[in-house]
Every structure is written in C-alpha cells, then in structure tokens.
Design a protein around this ligand. Structure first.
Ligand code: C5P
Length: 294
C-alpha cells in the first residue's frame, strides 16, 4: 500500500512577539491560516525509513520528515516507511513547508502502521519537532500562542484568495537569526492579534491587522525585500502582510480575478526574483488524499 498526503502551507494573519521567555524561546501571538499551496508526500511500508526528495538540497538527515520518523520510531519501532517528497512550498520562506511535511510523515506512519494516535497525541509529537508543526495536524485557522504551539481553533475566513509572493532570498538560520535580531521595541502586548481572533470568531475579516513583528528586523537584514511589499501595494493590493519570519509576503483579496490580476502585475515587476501564485484559504491541515493498494 502506498499513501499520498497533501501537506499545506500556512500564512500568518498578524504576528506579535510579547517577549523572551526563560526557556530561550519567545512568547508569541499569531493567527495561522492554512492555504491551498501544498507539498505532496508519498509513503509506503518498508523495513527501514528512507526519504527521496525532488529538491536535492533538501535531502538529508536534517529534513523534518526524517526527524519526525526517527522521533516516532523511538516510541514505535515498527514506525518505518519509504517516503518520497515532492516540494511545492518554497523552502525556508515563512510558509511552514518543512513543519507541514513533518506532520505529514507522522500522519503517514500513524496510518500505515495503525498506531492509533489521536489528533491531540499527534500534536504532542509534532510539538517535539518544533514550534510550528502542531498547527498542521488540524490546520484551518487558529490562534497560536506560547512559542507558537498552543492552538485555539478559529473559523477560517470564507472564500478569500491569497496572492503569495516568495522571493528568492536565503537567510542562513533564518528563524533563529530573526528571533535573535529582535529588540524590546519590537515587542507588543498581543492585543492586536487577540482582536484579529475576536474578529474571525465574529466572522468579520475586513479589519484584520496584518502587522508582523519580524518586518523591522527582516527589512534591516535584507532591505531589498521592501520591494516585495511595495510591488503588492503598487499592484493594488489593499491588505498585505509578511508570513512568519519571511521572506514570503501575501495579499488577501475577496475577488479571485482581482487576485490573479495583482499576481500578474507583481510577477511582471519582480520577474525571476520571486515565485508569485494565487491560492485560497483552506479549512483542513494535512490530508490523506488517496489510498492505493498494491
Ligand atoms: O521551534 P523551532 O525549533 O522552529 O525554533 C527555531 C529557533 O527559533 C529556536 O531555537 C529559537 O531560537 C527561535 N524561536 C524563538 N521563539 C519561538 C520560536 C522559535 O525564539 N516562539
């Protein structure tokens, strides 16, 4: 049996950092929203775990698919599989691709090896891999607090198109570097994200505050990224933001045709410097897409 899973990307609808915690992490508030851009993970039972990736530079023991399988294998020695990962989500771009892939591996092993893990248990395993993975077990839309792993489900905004712009800018050790570049002036009390959560609960998504505390250190580190934000504005995007610690930016649009028109203008402006695509918000996380027996 081979199973095929779709591991979606996420965007952050606003992100605030409250301060540094005693465990070295930062206390955050953000709204995570899953989008239709997705990696594909194929998995079949094998006596040892292996991973084939269609992007050579992402192969290796650091890949979170392998780290997830090794971690689960410590508890369940039978949790082994042959994985093939087809990347569609740009790597290290603030869209959570590697975290989503890790959760897809956990869910694949849970299915293939009938481990019987519940979503809550899968979230606990996911939290051992990193701060971002737990969200992808259920996906949809959620308020994330703590280090990003404490989740409160929210209704997903209905029928919004998302123009995703992923510039080809690589920042070594991006997440740790950007957290390390924060100063107390970047910290805030979390009320804007709380207000976003309240608005989404009331099914009002027009007034979301999309400010992201990583904007200042990111633009300081890579000033050319301001061009991405500028290109979205010039193209007519009304609501845009930075996803995670970047460098991906996005715009929210109610009208899908307008989203495509904005994407075309940004694509023409940025050329090969960025991947620009239109997606939509989705109500799920990692999904087991098809079962093939044989
Ligand atoms: O959780 P994850 O392993 O992805 O985090 C990578 C690094 O980012 C951490 O080692 C830490 O330096 C930083 N981080 C943080 N606060 C968070 C999440 C991550 O300081 N909430």
């Amino acid at each position: 049996m081979t199973i095929r899973l779709l591991a979606p990307a996420k965007i952050n609808l606003g992100l605030e950092i409250l301060g540094r915690r005693s465990d070295g992490y930062h206390e955050i508030r953000t709204i995570l929203a899953a989008i239709s851009m997705a990696d594909e993970l194929l998995a079949e039972p094998a006596s040892a775990t292996s991973l084939d990736v269609d992007q050579h530079e992402l192969a290796g023991d650091d890949n979170l698919v392998l780290r997830a399988a090794v971690m689960l294998g410590e508890q369940f020695p039978q949790a082994t599989a042959r994985f093939a990962l087809r990347k569609r989500i740009p790597a290290a771009s603030g869209l959570g691709g590697a975290s989503s892939d890790a959760v897809a591996a956990l869910i694949a092993l849970n299915e293939l090896r009938q481990l019987g893990l519940t979503p809550v248990e899968l979230e606990r395993y996911a939290a051992r891999i990193g701060s971002d993975p737990p969200f992808f077990v259920r996906g949809g839309c959620a308020l994330a607090s703590g280090r990003g792993d404490v989740l409160t489900p929210l209704p997903a905004p209905a029928s919004l198109s998302v123009v995703v712009v992923s510039p080809n800018v690589a920042i070594p050790q991006k997440t740790a570097t950007l957290y390390g570049a924060l100063t107390p002036a970047d910290f805030s009390d979390g009320k804007r994200v709380q207000a976003n959560a309240a608005a989404l609960t009331a099914r009002l998504d027009d007034d979301l505050c999309l400010d992201n505390a990583f904007s200042r250190p990111l633009y300081a580190l890579a000033p050319s990224l301001r061009l991405v934000s500028d290109a979205l504005h010039v193209a007519g995007a009304g609501r845009s933001g930075l996803s995670g610690a970047g460098p991906s930016h996005y715009a929210l649009e109610r009208d899908p045709e307008r989203a495509e028109a904005i994407a075309a203008v940004v694509r023409a402006k940025l050329g090969p410097e960025a991947a620009v695509n239109v997606h939509r918000l989705i109500a799920s996380g990692v999904t087991v897409h098809t079962y093939c027996s044989g």
